[in-house]
Design a protein around this ligand. Structure first.
Ligand code: ATP
Length: 193
């Protein structure tokens, strides 16, 4: 059986409500059978690396998506190791599931940079590129972007969450409860290194 499969990649350092709302709106509006969350081993543009190690980032994704039957954790980039390139991930998925239609889900900031990604021209051949934007916001212009998903903006970033934890401020309601507890239990993001 063929399916419509969403791919949502990121650092997820940590996963937060902005990611979850974007993925759920993409799932509903594109009528996806599943959305695969793919934590990067290392993101090409984040030269300083990630703050939490890959296993922690993946575990937080697992906790955050556990109650959504459409959401799946895909560990292939972490298992592959090294710098993670979306083009490799899409090629692998395409080979594994030739009958499926792939949708690459991007936030507006990622969409702006898409032209700089490795083999950027190949991405729209492998997947339909869908960008999540706020209602009323101008859809980001860019080669290869073919769908726009309108979603309520949750104006939070992982950077802000890491900063809040470091400063001892609340992150309640910005991340799922289980993620908040995981961060506290493992002492993540308390220091800058
Ligand atoms: P950081 O602050 O560490 O750069 P981030 O919060 O931007 O992290 P990433 O894991 O780098 O999160 O992003 C993964 C994907 O989620 C990207 O496509 C990004 O555009 C999208 N995204 C991030 N934050 C939001 C948000 N608040 N609303 C919608 N999409 C988002």
């Amino acid at each position: 059986m063929s399916g419509r499969i969403g791919i949502f990649g990121g650092s997820f350092d940590p996963i937060h409500l902005g990611h979850l709302v974007a993925a759920e709106q993409a799932r509903e509006q594109l009528e996806l059978q599943e959305v695969r969350f793919v934590p990067a081993a290392r993101q090409p543009f984040k030269v300083e690396g990630h703050e939490a190690d890959a296993r922690h980032r993946a575990e937080m994704v697992r906790l955050a998506i556990a109650d959504n039957p459409y959401f799946v954790l895909d560990l292939r980039e972490i298992d592959r190791g090294g710098v993670s390139y979306t083009v490799d991930t899409l090629r692998e998925l395409k080979a594994e599931r030739p009958a499926d239609e792939l949708f690459l889900i991007l936030g507006a900031d990622a969409a702006r940079d898409l032209g700089k990604w490795r083999e950027a021209g190949e991405l729209p051949r492998l997947a339909t590129v869908a960008v999540v934007t706020r209602p009323g916001a101008a859809p980001p212009a860019g080669a290869g972007i073919s769908l726009v998903i309108s979603a309520p903006g949750i104006d939070v970033s992982a950077t802000e969450i890491r900063e809040a934890v470091r400063a001892g401020r609340s992150i309640r309601y910005l991340v799922p409860r289980a993620v908040e507890e995981y961060i506290a239990a493992h002492g993540l993001y308390r220091t800058g290194d």
